[in-house]
Design a protein around this ligand. Structure first.
Ligand SMILES: C[S@@+](CC[C@H](N)C(=O)[O-])C[C@H]1O[C@@H](n2cnc3c(N)ncnc32)[C@H](O)[C@@H]1O
Length: 236
């Protein structure tokens, strides 16, 4: 299930900045000892900038494969891209990956879809490979919000917690790590991100709610916003 397509997530935001991508990729390299022979799959890859950059950084022998339901015109050329709903993805039995990345995408699916997806991805994982699920830290989140956005975000965190419990029940040996990025962004740019509904919680809001929200952010925050974008990483 995809609520409505998320198109502006990594469109000129800190999430597409060189700094963020570098810092995220350093986290991957350090924690998962990725080398040039790794076969990597990215589920919900967006524009594929993360793996594109990783590919150059460690000189991957094989282009990583990125899957997304949206085919962005400006996607990264250093990945092989397949436009499909991941729930309908069929990979060859003998196609094995060393690393499968699911970054900030799992929360967009239903519980039974997640179960099915993980079970099927496991079959395409090398014996010593890992599936990495990154999702917003539900406890120590610092994302700047307005009142309604915070309410919606908290509701989705409750759901995320249930998803994590379900995954833990299915795969009791999961390991948990955390990733944090120091964001510094002008209020002007952040307001633009809000107007572009950069995060899935904002997608169902009406124009009026978004406009009220931007006024609240305008009043509540200084001209430069500094906060930590915190993710948890579940390793299967
Ligand atoms: C919040 S974005 C995260 C993008 C990227 N992983 C990142 O962290 O920068 C979620 C992405 O998942 C994609 N997506 C959501 N549900 C999907 C599905 N069922 N099949 C394929 N892609 C999906 C969306 O189109 C979007 O690009």
């Amino acid at each position: 299930m995809v609520k409505k397509n998320i198109k502006n997530w990594d469109n000129k935001t800190w999430l597409s900045s060189k700094n963020y991508i570098n810092s995220f990729n350093n986290f991957l390299i350090k924690n998962f000892k990725i080398n040039s022979r790794f076969k990597i799959l990215d589920i919900g890859c967006g524009r594929g900038k993360i793996l594109g950059s990783l590919s150059s950084k460690i000189k991957l022998k094989e282009k990583p494969l990125g899957i997304d339901i949206v085919n962005h015109k400006d996607k990264d050329k250093r990945i092989n891209f397949k436009r499909t709903n991941v729930l309908e993805l069929s990979l060859k039995k003998n196609e094995k990956f060393d690393l499968i990345l699911i970054k900030q995408t799992i929360h967009l699916m239903k519980f039974n879809e997640i179960k099915k997806l993980l079970k099927s991805l496991k079959k395409n994982l090398n014996s010593n490979g890992s599936i990495l699920i990154f999702t917003l830290d539900t406890e120590k989140n610092e994302i700047p919000t307005f009142k309604l956005m915070k309410q919606k975000l908290n509701q989705s965190f409750q759901r995320d917690k249930k998803i994590l419990r379900m995954i833990k029940n299915l795969y009791p040996h999961i390991i948990k790590k955390s990733f944090s990025f120091n964001v510094k962004i002008t209020k002007k740019k952040y307001l633009n991100m809000i107007q572009n509904r950069y995060i899935s919680t904002l997608i169902p809001l009406s124009k009026k709610q978004i406009s009220q929200g931007t006024q609240e952010i305008e009043k509540r925050y200084k001209s430069v916003l500094r906060f930590k974008d915190k993710l948890i990483c579940i390793i299967l």
